[in-house]
Design a protein. Structure first.
Lengths: 351, 137
């Protein structure tokens, strides 16, 4: 079916466009060019007849935003067009050439492989590096806090408003009991979210976090590393397991939604201990070795897809819900270069 | 009736398996199209993902030639063209369940026939960069 040049009415579905993509690019470039010219012309007029006070600031901001949006639209429009393929590649190459930081050099040496982020990692106490926790429940807890705070404020406002209305108006009107009626569900939401928040915080506060330390980062396929785990506090542990996990994480558009799917392609239990007690005098402290499979794929990261390696701990404690935490590992491809900029510690052997 | 142009790509290794850091040598040629119908030829060494996620792409090597950019002694864009490139250290070719990473040499030509609008033709020649199969857990 031929594609219409312009369609005023008609719903765009999925990734299909309702008009020609060429028309879209031309329209975008024309609009941006108009915006830029308008900004430049009004800028010249503005400078020739400079107003005083707040007006000059406001006009200046508007003119600058016209010029800024115009340039941005032109650049993105051209990059999105057929001309843009070569232009984009050339720009990226030139930008990389002038970026001389260590991080950029390492990224050029191993494209699309995550770098060891020394900001997230700290030196360990028994092994070289302590791994950063990648999962806990920070987003969930923040969401519950926001939800709880919102409904508490709404409830307090409704209580105040209802009391005020009750005292100031005659009781035959609608104005006081309607807010009172909506008070009940809002208090219900506040209490429910408060209880949920208390339960989450209880688990987070009462249980010391598990610490995982490794002897080497980055790790190479086939390499054996020492792993140390430790946990303090006063706990009765029903079971504590640690898994080496490799996952494919893919993001895709479905209509206007973006969905992310995680698929475990490797799950290997590397540590398990059952029915033991952790006290302040006898904290958990274990060291064991873990071998990355010889035929393992290296960590990979791009815009919509990634392959990541993690340790995942699953702890079951008396009086608490099951707690899962992830600890990010970086597996690099076998790389025959003694001066590996990414190597942060240890004598990783090439395979 | 006119046939679609033929794009042939030849790599220097018959098994099309390379290690990181290897030099990839490639030749490409275009047939079944008139010289004056050729607008431009682009050759790229790139990787792309396939599978459940949206496609990612990374260009490692890129070259573009048009009739204007060609040397005057050889303005024909269809002739056998040779290029080499040092392959990068990553990412490796990978065949997973939801994610696959595939390397290829891609030749894209733009052809303008009988005053019609430009039409593109693409041909890929896939190869493996230190291929990693799916882990057997």
């Amino acid at each position: 079916m031929s594609r219409q040049l312009i369609r005023i009415l008609g719903k765009k579905r999925g990734s299909r466009h309702s008009v020609s993509s060429k028309f879209g690019v031309i329209g975008n470039v024309a609009f941006s060019l108009t915006l830029l010219l308008l900004g430049l012309i009004s800028g010249v007029v503005f400078l020739l007849d400079l107003p005083s006070g707040v007006t000059s600031w406001l006009l200046g901001i508007v003119i600058l935003s016209f010029i800024g949006f115009g340039i941005q639209g032109l650049v993105t429009g051209l990059l999105g067009s057929r001309v843009g393929d070569g232009l984009r590649f050339s720009l990226t190459q030139n930008a990389r050439r002038f970026d001389l930081t260590q991080k950029s050099k390492a990224a050029r040496r191993l494209p699309n492989v995550p770098l060891i982020d020394t900001l997230l990692m700290s030196p360990g106490s028994t092994q070289s590096w302590r791994l950063p926790v990648t999962t806990g429940k920070p987003i969930e807890i923040i969401s519950v806090i926001v939800f709880f705070a919102t409904w508490t404020i709404v409830s307090l406002f409704l209580v105040g408003y209802s009391i005020n209305q009750y005292r100031t108006t005659n009781h035959s009107g609608w104005s006081w009991w309607l807010p009172t009626l909506s008070l009940l569900p809002s208090i219900g939401f506040a209490v429910w979210s408060g209880r949920m928040l208390a339960r989450e915080l209880k688990d987070q506060i009462n249980i010391d976090p598990l610490k995982v330390e490794v002897s080497h980062q980055p790790i190479y396929p086939g390499q054996t590393i020492d792993v140390a785990i430790s946990q303090g506090g006063a706990l009765y542990v029903r079971s504590l397991r640690l898994f080496l996990v490799c996952e494919e994480v893919t993001s895709y558009h479905q209509g206007t939604d973006v969905r992310t799917e995680t698929l475990e392609i490797l799950r290997e239990q590397v540590f398990v201990q059952r029915r033991f007690e952790i006290t302040s005098k006898s904290p958990l402290a274990e060291t064991f070795t873990v071998t990355i499979p010889q035929d393992a794929m290296h960590s990979f990261h791009s815009n919509f897809n990634c392959l990541q390696w993690r340790f995942v701990s699953v702890g079951r404690y008396r009086d608490y819900a099951e707690i899962r935490r992830g600890f990010l590992l970086v597996v690099h491809p076998p790389f025959e270069d003694a001066d590996d900029l990414n190597r942060s510690s240890g004598d990783a052997h090439e395979v | 009736m006119k046939f679609d142009p033929l794009i042939s790509i030849r790599l220097d290794r018959a098994d099309r398996k390379y290690q990181s850091g290897d030099i990839l040598e490639c030749e490409y040629q275009i047939d079944a199209v008139e010289s004056d119908e050729m607008h431009s030829v682009e050759a790229a060494v790139l990787w792309y993902t396939s599978g459940k996620g949206d496609e990612d792409q990374g260009i490692h090597h890129y070259q573009r030639e048009t009739r204007k950019s060609r040397h005057l002694d050889q303005p024909d864009l269809r002739v056998l063209t040779h290029f080499t490139t040092n392959l990068p250290n990553s990412p490796f070719s990978y065949e997973g369940t939801n994610l696959k990473i595939q390397w290829c040499v891609r030749v894209r030509i733009l052809v303008q026939r009988d005053g019609q609008t430009l039409r593109e033709y693409i041909h890929d020649q896939e190869f493996q960069l230190q291929h990693v199969p799916l882990l057997q857990s």
